[in-house]
Structure formats: C-alpha cells, structure tokens
Ligand binder design. Structure first.
Ligand code: MG
Length: 163
C-alpha cells in the first residue's frame, strides 16, 4: 500500500539519471525529515547542491511542505532557496494540486518526495503523481508520531519489491 516508485536513504541520493529513468521532470519536495530535521531551520548538508544539480538538469522544483506559511517562508529565505514554495500543502489532501499545474507537466512526469507514508506517499496516490520515499532521518517524539511511525513500519514491510 502506498508503495513508492523509488526509495532512498537520503534526499541527496536522488540523481538526474534516476529521475530521467522514471520519466520525472518535476518534484514536489517535502521539508521536515526530508531535506531538514523535523521543524529544522537548516538544510541537511548537500541538499542545496542536489537541488542545483536536479534543477540544472531541467527538473522543476516546488517546495511542498505541510508547515505553516510563516515558518516555511523564513526557511526558504534563511537557506537561500529560490524555488516556488507551497505551505501549508495540506498533504495528503489534494486541494493544493493546482501547484502542479505551474510546472506545466503531466501527472506522470511529477513526483512527490517525502518521508511520510500517510501524508507524502498518500498524496501521491490520491493525485496520481509518482512517489519518491526518503527514510526519515530522526524519528519524532510524541505519542501521535510514534503511533504513525509504527503504522508506517507495517506498511513498509510490504515494500520489499521497491528498489
Ligand atoms: Mg516530512
């Protein structure tokens, strides 16, 4: 269920070649636990370079976070990220799907990238875009998140076929 098309340990493992092989030319990129720590203020090492490399290879990038607008706006500015951002993206709901229209691409050419099964991967399923899963860097604390991650673990057991 919610099987990703590609699965990586880190965001920086994504290469232009991997996206080309998947036929993807646009990315909707999650922030927390994907390109930064949960509620982090700084990008992980190497993320800026990966974004540049992908961008230069012709891949369009939209930062697509469920975080609050003010926080994400500050994050973009503090990290010198010059990409369109959508926040809150309301994943897994599809209200903000309009953002993908900006890319001028077909759904099959777009992938959502994120660390959560029930938000990022579910969004991909509901919208019919491709899905790239990044293993979460640091598990969140709190009972709700612990429950959600435990449920994810069960789902992820069924992903053995995913490369
Ligand atoms: Mg996340």
């Amino acid at each position: 269920m919610f099987n990703p098309d590609l699965r990586f340990q880190r965001f920086t493992d994504i290469t232009p070649a991997a996206l080309e092989k998947l036929g993807v030319r646009g990315l909707l990129v999650d922030i927390d636990n994907t390109i930064s720590y949960f509620k982090g203020e700084r990008l992980f090492d190497g993320v800026q370079k990966t974004l540049n490399d992908l961008s230069q290879s012709g891949v369009s990038i939209i930062i697509f976070s469920n975080g609050k607008f003010e926080r994400i706006q500050k994050f973009m500015k503090d990290n010198a990220l010059n990409y369109t951002f959508i926040a809150p993206a309301l994943k897994p709901l599809t209200f903000k799907l309009g953002a993908t229209k900006k890319l001028g691409l077909k759904k099959g050419e777009i992938a959502v990238v994120g660390d959560q099964v029930f938000t990022d991967m579910a969004f991909g399923v509901f919208c019919g875009v491709k899905k790239i899963y990044i293993e979460p860097t640091l598990l969140e604390t709190g009972r709700f998140f612990k429950f959600k991650r435990a449920m994810e673990k069960i789902i992820k057991k069924g992903w053995k076929g995913v490369k």
